[in-house]
Design a binder for this molecule. Structure first.
Ligand SMILES: [Zn+2]
Length: 308
């Protein structure tokens, strides 16, 4: 069953590719399917006739039998499929496709609660009236990761030390991913609860990676992309407006008092924490940027220019 599913997925990928090529498929161009990259992650997907949820909490998987599951949450509806994943750190996960309904939160006063978000300079994010500090664990884990990777590179190919070193690296990666997900879930939930509208810079996350060429994206960069995506999904699910402000909008350079564009630019702008405009107003760089993004987002929202 798992093999048939793989073939069906490949078929879907080809169908999407050719439809995209002929121009009959909406959305961005679809690339032809690529060979799967070798990785420590393995998975199988089973549709409705391949698994059964037992009353005693076990999961019956075809050809495997009953498997004990530690449920992270009750399923909101009957799942249409399950994907069983073994991650590189050797942990197994069951992930279900379920249907849920959007649950709009009670509406808040727009003017009082709308916020701009300036992502990823000195702090993790700058919001209206508060900042989210960069979590320290990224740095700590990155250090650990480098040490483990050095050990791995010194281990002889095919040796059992190498296998162990590889698992150690995978475990650190897994831990970083868990912490990151947890952090992002908590922060985005708080934002969605507090704000009726969220205005954020449209990060070009793909571009951010390619600019640096082949060098791996830092843990921080990766997490910003995930933060933006998670926030967008939550806004949609809980009935909050999300407006993306053009990433070339000069949020940092513009003076929020007189609209002149005289603030710190480029690399210099990353270092400077506060600046004085020719109009005499002293700005905290981050707060000024947030205010500019908020105003621009509000303008786009009012003009109906917001892309949804
Ligand atoms: Zn000014």
């Amino acid at each position: 069953m798992a093999l048939v599913q793989s073939l069906q997925d490949l078929h879907t990928a080809h169908r999407n590719y050719f439809a995209s090529k002929r121009g009959v498929r909406k959305g961005p161009k679809t690339a032809p399917p690529k060979m799967k990259r070798k990785s420590g992650r393995q998975s199988i997907r089973l549709t409705r006739n391949g698994f059964v949820l037992r009353d005693n909490g076990k999961l019956f998987i075809a050809k495997l039998g009953d498997v004990a599951v530690r449920w992270s949450r009750p399923l909101p509806s009957d799942p249409s499929s399950v994907t069983v994943v073994k991650d590189p750190a050797g942990r197994y996960f069951a992930s279900f496709v379920v249907e849920t309904e959007d649950k709009p939160l009670p509406e808040l006063d727009l003017d009082e609660t709308e916020t701009g978000i300036d992502l990823g300079l000195s702090s993790y994010a700058v919001l209206r009236g508060r900042k989210i500090a960069s979590p320290k664990f990224f740095r700590r884990q990155e250090k650990k990761l480098r040490r483990a990777q050095r050990k791995l590179s010194r281990a002889r190919k095919g040796s059992s030390n190498r296998r162990k070193a590889k698992l150690a690296v995978s475990k650190i990666h897994a831990r970083i991913a868990d912490q990151r997900r947890d952090f992002i879930e908590q922060e985005t939930t708080r934002i969605v609860r507090e704000s009726q509208a969220v205005y954020a810079e449209d990060l070009n996350v793909k571009g951010m990676g390619s600019k640096k060429g082949k060098r791996a994206k830092s843990v921080h960069d990766q997490s910003l992309g995930m933060f933006a995506r998670t926030l967008e999904n939550k806004c949609a699910r809980y009935g909050r407006a999300l407006v993306k402000v053009d990433r070339f909008f000069p949020s940092t350079q513009m003076c929020s008092a007189c609209d002149s564009i005289e603030g710190p630019k480029g690399l210099e702008g990353l270092r400077i924490r506060s600046w004085t405009c020719t109009c005499g107003v002293v700005h905290d760089r981050d707060q000024n940027a947030e205010l500019n993004i908020r105003r621009e987002g509000k303008r786009l929202l009012a003009a109906g220019l917001a892309e949804r």
